[in-house]
Design a protein around this ligand. Sequence first.
Ligand code: ADP
Ligand code: MG
Length: 262
Amino acid sequence: MPKKIIVFGNQKGGTGKSTLAMHLIVNLLQNGNSVATVDVDAKQGTLTRYIENREATKRENPEILTPFHTPVFESEAETVTQIEQENLTNFTNLLQSLASFDYIVIDTPGNDSSLSRIAHSFADVIITPMNESFIDLDLLVRINDSTETNIKPSIYAEMVWNQKKERIMRDKGTIDWIVLVNRMSSVASKNRTELDRVLIALARRIGFRLAKGFKERVIFRELFLSGLTLLDRNVSASQVSLSHIAARQELNDLLKALNIGD
Ligand SMILES: Nc1ncnc2c1ncn2[C@@H]1O[C@H](COP(=O)(O)OP(=O)(O)O)[C@@H](O)[C@H]1O
Ligand SMILES: [Mg+2]
C-alpha cells in the first residue's frame, strides 16, 4: 500500500475540497513524490477538469508536474447491496493497482454516497474544509447552544466515526481527521471569534484536529483554467500581487500544519 491515502471530504459543496486537493497534489509532486489522484466526484468532475487543464498547460510547459489521475463513477447495479459490493470491489481493485505510488489523493463529492463512504474508510488522513459559518459547522456537529454542553455529531461526523471503525476492523489502521476553515473573510468578526472558540472546544470531543485554510481570494478562482496552483512558477507575472504572496504564505502554513509528505 502507498505511504498515505489522503481524502478530501465534507458533505457540503463549495468549501474548497477540490481547490485544496489540487494544491496538496502539486506540493507532493514538487517534493519528488509519485502521486495518484482519484476523483470520486467524477460526475461533477472538478478535480478531473482541473487536472485536464493542467495537462493542457503542460503541453507548452513540459516542466509542469502532473499526477496519474483516475475518475471513478458510482456503480449502476440494481440493488443497494449490489451497488455497495460493486463499488467496494472496484475501489479496492483501483487502490491495489495504485499501490506503487507514494501518495493517493482522493476528492469526494459534497453529498453522501456509497463510493464516498468507501473512499473515506481507506483514508489515512481526512481533510474537511468548511466555510466560516455556523451553518457549515452544523453539518459536522449539532450544538444547541453556545455552551457546547449539549452536542451531537451530525451525519458527516457520524460517517467519519463509522469509517474510522471500518478502517480499524479492516487493518487496525487509524484515521487522522483534520478540519479547516477555508475562504476566511479578511475582516475580524464576532462570528469568526465565536466559531473559532467553538471549534477549539469541539476538536477533542469529536476527534479532529484544526488547521487554518485560505482567506477568500480571487486568485483561487482564476488558477483553475490553466490548471495551475499557487505553487507553480508559471503563474503569469501579471497575476502576482501582494494578495498572491500572502496566499502563498497561508499555503505554506497550511502544508506545515497538515504534516503530510516530506
Ligand atoms: N480561498 C478561496 N478563495 C476564493 N475562492 C475559493 C477559495 N477556495 C475555493 N474557492 C472557490 O470556491 C468554489 C468552490 O471550491 P471547490 O474547490 O470547487 O469546492 P468543493 O470541491 O468543496 O465543492 C470555487 O469557485 C473555487 O474557485
Ligand atoms: Mg469539489
